[in-house]
Design a protein around this ligand. Structure first.
Ligand code: AMP
Ligand code: ZN
Length: 486
C-alpha cells in the first residue's frame, strides 16, 4: 500500500498526509449531478477529477467505496429555499413526468461519463430513494435542538448552531460579514435567522414531487440528502468528501452543520474541492449560458467552437491542469492538447514494436518514481504528463534506431505507460482501439509492402499519399511500417 500520499484538505487549508480512518478501506463521497438537465463540460471536469482520485487510490492499494449521489429532488431555483422546483419546472417545459426528466438526464449523464472512460462509483444513491433516511436525520436534528418547524417547513437554526460550533469551519468566512451580505428577513419570511436554511419544505398545492412526513406533506431541502446518504453508506465519519469548489460555501458548509447537529461528528476527515472550468475567465454554468454540452464539443456544433474534439482529447486537456487550478476553455488550448495526446498515443502504440538490446541507454526507474511522486503530491497530473512525454521521447528514439533499450528496461517502460496512461488517467486510444480500422490499415500497409517489393512505386506512393490526405501518416523504419493520425 502506498502510504506517502498527500492531499490538500479544504478543512485545514493545507496539504496533509493521507491517513484513512480504517486502512486499507477508504470511504469517498462526491456530490453528484442535479439531473434536471444535461451535464455541461464544467460538471464533467469535477467528475473526471474525482475519477482520477478514485483510480489513484485504488492503484495505491486502497479498497475504496466511492459513493456519488444523484440529486433527483429537492432543488429549488434559488439558493435560499425559494423559487420553483427545478424538476417540476423542466417537466412542465418538456411535457414529461418529473421522474421521466430524472431518468432522461441520468442516462445522459452516464453516457457522457462513459465516453470520458470514467469508472462507475461503487454506489450511486438517489435523493428520492432515501426520503426515510432524510426524515430520520431531520427528526434527530430537531430533537437535539438545532432545528424548528414553521407551517410544515423545518429550518436549521444557524445562530443556535454557531453558538457552540464553528459554522464556517470549511471556508473560514466571517459570520458577521456573511450576515451583512445576506438579505434581511421580510414580513412574510418564516425563518428566524437570515442564514437559516430549510431541511424540509412544505408542499404547495401544485408541488408534484411530495412525500408525507411528521411535519406534513413536503419534500427535502437541498443539503440534507448528502448528509443522510453519506452517513448511510459510509458511516457518521468517513475519509473523503468532495465536490466542485462552488459547493463549499453553502452546500458543504450546511452538510457539516447538519451532520454535527445530528451525530455530533465532523462527517469527513478530508474535504476536497475541484476548481472550475471557465470560458473567457467566466465560470461555466447552466445559468451563465456558456455551458457547452459534451456532445457539442465532440461534434464542434457550437458558436464558440472552431471544430469538434474527441472525448479523450478533452479529457487529456483537463488532465493537463491540476484539479485545484482553474482551467480556461479555448480552441487553441484544445488544439494543443489534441497534438499532445496523439504524440502520447503514437508513442504507446510503438512500444510493442521495439526490439530490446543487450544494453540500455535509458533507465526507467527515475521516471516511474517521478510519476508516483507527482501523484503523491496532491494528484499532480500535469507533472505526470511531462514525465510521460519524456517516456514518449525515449520510445521514439529507440524506434528510430537512435538509442538502445534492454529487455528489463523495456518492461518497466511498458508498465509505466500502462499504469499511468490507462489505469490511472483512464485514457484510451480512440484510433487504435478501432478494431475494423486497424484491420483495414494492416491490409493496406501489407499491399503497399508488396507493391514496393515489386518495384511498383506508383502504387506504393498512391497508397501513402491517399492515406495522408485522410490524415493518416505512414512511417517506415527497420522495424516495419506503422501508422498514426497526422
Ligand atoms: P450540479 O449538477 O450543478 O449540482 O453540479 C455537479 C457538480 O459539478 C458539482 O460538484 C459542481 O460543483 C460541479 N461544477 C459545476 N460547474 C462547474 C464548473 N464550471 N467547473 C467545474 N465543476 C463544476
Ligand atoms: Zn452534496
Amino acid at each position: 500500500m502506498n502510504t506517502g500520499l498527500h492531499l490538500y484538505n479544504t478543512l485545514s487549508r493545507k496539504k496533509e498526509l493521507f491517513e484513512p480512518l480504517n486502512a486499507p478501506n477508504v470511504g469517498m463521497y462526491v456530490c453528484g449531478p442535479t439531473v434536471y438537465s444535461d451535464v455541461h463540460l464544467g460538471n464533467c471536469r469535477t467528475f473526471i477529477s474525482f475519477d482520477l482520485i478514485f483510480r489513484y487510490l485504488k492503484y495505491s492499494g486502497y479498497k475504496v467505496r466511492y459513493v456519488r449521489n444523484i440529486t433527483d429532488a429537492g432543488h429549488l431555483e434559488g439558493d435560499r429555499d425559494e423559487g420553483d422546483d427545478k424538476f417540476a419546472k423542466r417537466a412542465k417545459l418538456e411535457q414529461l413526468e418529473p421522474m421521466e426528466i430524472v431518468q432522461k438526464y441520468t442516462l445522459g449523464f452516464h453516457d457522457v461519463l462513459r465516453m470520458f472512460n470514467t469508472l462507475p462509483p461503487s454506489i450511486e444513491p438517489t435523493a428520492t430513494g432515501h426520503i426515510t433516511e432524510q426524515i430520520e436525520m431531520i427528526k434527530e436534528i430537531i430533537a437535539n435542538g438545532y432545528a424548528y418547524v414553521v407551517n410544515g417547513t423545518v429550518y436549521f437554526d444557524v445562530e443556535k448552531y454557531s453558538a457552540a460550533h464553528n459554522y464556517t469551519i470549511l471556508t473560514n468566512r466571517n459570520l458577521e460579514d456573511m450576515l451583512a451580505n445576506t438579505r434581511e428577513l421580510g414580513g412574510q419570511d418564516d425563518k428566524h435567522g437570515r442564514l437559516d436554511f430549510a431541511l424540509w419544505i412544505e408542499a404547495k398545492p401544485e408541488t408534484i414531487m411530495r412525500w408525507p412526513s411528521p411535519w406534513g406533506v413536503g419534500f427535502p431541502g437541498w443539503h440534507i440528502e448528502c448528509s443522510a446518504m453519506s452517513a448511510k453508506y459510509l458511516g457518521d465519519e468517513f475519509d473523503i468528501h468532495g465536490g466542485g469548489m462552488d459547493l463549499a460555501a453553502t452546500h458543504h458548509t450546511n452538510e457539516i452543520a447538519q451532520s454535527e447537529a445530528c451525530n455530533h461528528k465532523q462527517p469527513a476527515k478530508y474535504w476536497m474541492h475541484t476548481n472550475m472550468l471557465t470560458v473567457n475567465g467566466t465560470r461555466m454554468s447552466k445559468s451563465a449560458g456558456n455551458g457547452f454540452l459534451p456532445g457539442e464539443l465532440f461534434t464542434g456544433d457550437h458558436p464558440l467552437l472552431d471544430r469538434g474534439y474527441s472525448p479523450m482529447t478533452v479529457k487529456f486537456f483537463m488532465l493537463q491542469a491540476h484539479y485545484r487550478s482553474t482551467l480556461d476553455f479555448s480552441n487553441e488550448a484544445l488544439d494543443a492538447s489534441e497534438k499532445g495526446f496523439r504524440r502520447l498515443m503514437n508513442a504507446v502504440s510503438l512500444l510493442e514494436k521495439l526490439t530490446p538490446s543487450t544494453d540500455s541507454d535509458f533507465e526507467i526507474e527515475p521516471l516511474a518514481l517521478a510519476c508516483v511522486k507527482a501523484m503523491n503530491d496532491d494528484f499532480n497530473s500535469p507533472v505526470v504528463i511531462a514525465e510521460l512525454f519524456e517516456a514518449s521521447r525515449i520510445i521514439n528514439t529507440v524506434f528510430d534506431g537512435k538509442g538502445k533499450i534492454s529487455a528489463p528496461e523495456l518492461d518497466k517502460l511498458k508498465k509505466l505507460m500502462n499504469n499511468f496512461v490507462f489505469d490511472i488517467f483512464g485514457l484510451k486510444d480512440e484510433e487504435t482501439s478501432n478494431v475494423e480500422l486497424n484491420a483495414v490499415l494492416d491490409m493496406v500497409i501489407d499491399l503497399r509492402k508488396t507493391a514496393k517489393e515489386n518495384k511498383d512505386y506508383a502504387t506504393s506512393d498512391k497508397i501513402r499519399l491517399g492515406l495522408q490526405s485522410m490524415g493518416i501518416q505512414l512511417k517506415d523504419s527497420k522495424e516495419g511500417t506503422t501508422w498514426s493520425k497526422a
